[in-house]
Design a protein around this ligand. Structure first.
Ligand code: TYM
Length: 345
């Protein structure tokens, strides 16, 4: 450790990414997309990437990868990311991500990456057959963030461990190369009721694209009828009516999840939702939750469909994002090359 506490003085900048792998769901929206829009509206400088290089870590057909890249970009726009205020771009179009990831592969220690639980979850029992990319995936994620010297990273709770690795890599680089304030140590923005949305069928499992049950998640493309059916079929428990305070949610993960969704979508606190519905049955709460969810998502879904019908518009937004992302990334990568002693013309 240097005796000087690093005090990064560069501008505040937000970075986050979403993988183009299948349909976005309510967890992606509340854990990530909604926060991007809230930060944009609060005036933060935001850079949001469709991380298609991350998607390559699992098998994906080229045509699907390309289509899903445009779909995620369309979802960014539909949720309210304004390409004049924020940067949206596909990760692969800024080659500095791959270059910095290589440098970070040589900064991160095997032990740090081996601790990452997501690799174990995704690789399953046959880790020998997993791609090497899946293993070093969190290192690429650190490169995504630090290439823009991002200070804040809005993500869901499942990315917490990856963010810790990014912080370790930033500190280690700054220390090893004796450039104490070169990379900021990025702050995760995880708090709030949307940070961990659980499956509608099992309150102990997170809502996920890979869950085989469609009833487990609400997709951003779901119709009002789909949403209503899924919420009405959502698991609750036999422990009685809605509790009237947060203490009463203990040991009731399914109810806690539904209340969290209501709170995150309506902007009301959990306490205020419970004071409204405490003592009432799910026959009252669930229809109210359907109303809040449909009212919030249906304009987004309608815009999403409109935008998807105009791929040229999506491509224009992405192309302008690439230019702006590269304008930030290129000088940072140049500095990295100089710092680490790479020859440059
Ligand atoms: P990805 O594509 O799996 O998910 C995108 C975002 O959605 C959040 N999320 C959730 N939030 C709450 N509840 C859930 N059930 C839920 N499921 C998903 C994720 O936390 C994420 O914020 N590695 C990242 C992508 C990435 C990235 C980055 C993120 C690559 N580089 C740099 C931030 C910064 C991922 O696979 O997210």
């Amino acid at each position: 450790m240097t005796d000087k506490t690093p005090t990064y003085t560069g501008p505040e900048r937000v970075f986050s990414g979403i993988q183009p792998t299948g349909n976005l769901h309510l967890g992606n929206y509340l854990g990530a997309l909604k926060k991007f829009v809230d930060l944009q509206e609060a005036g933060s400088e935001g850079i949001y990437s469709v991380v298609n290089m991350h998607a390559l870590t699992m098998p994906v057909a080229p045509r699907d990868l390309l289509d899903q890249t445009r779909q995620i970009a369309a979802a960014f726009l539909a949720c309210g990311i304004d390409p004049d205020k924020s940067v949206i771009f596909p990760q692969s179009a800024v080659p500095e991500h791959a270059e910095l990831a290589w440098v970070f592969n040589c900064v991160a220690r095997m032990g740090w990456v081996e601790r990452m639980t997501q690799f174990k979850d995704k690789a399953g029992k046959d880790a020998e057959r997993a791609s090497v990319g899946l293993f070093t995936y969190p290192v690429l994620m650190a490169a995504d963030i630090l290439l823009y010297k991002a200070t804040h990273v809005p993500v869901g709770d499942d990315q917490k461990q990856h963010l810790e690795l990014a912080r370790d890599i930033a500190e280690r680089f700054n220390r090893d190369y004796d450039v104490p304030d070169f990379f900021p140590v990025p702050e995760p923005l995880i708090q709030g009721p949307g940070a961990r949305i659980m499956s509608l069928k099992d309150g102990t499992k997170k809502m996920s694209k890979s869950d085989p049950s469609e009833l487990s998640r609400i997709n951003l493309v779901d119709t009002a009828e789909d949403i209503s059916r899924k919420i009405k079929k959502a698991k609750t428990d036999l422990l009685g009516d809605m509790p009237s305070d947060a203490e009463g949610l203990k040991g009731r993960p399914e109810v806690e999840n539904l209340v969290g969704i209501y709170s995150a979508l309506s902007g009301e606190t959990v306490d205020s939702v419970l004071s409204q519905f405490g003592g009432q049955g799910f026959g009252v709460f669930k229809p109210a939750l359907v109303d809040v969810t449909v009212a919030h998502l249906s304009p987004i879904t309608a815009r999403y469909r409109e935008i998807l019908a105009d791929p040229a518009e999506i491509d224009r937004a992405l192309a302008s994002g690439v230019d702006r992302a590269r304008a930030i990334a290129a000088p940072v990568m140049n500095d990295v090359r100089r710092i680490i002693g790479f020859w440059q013309a």
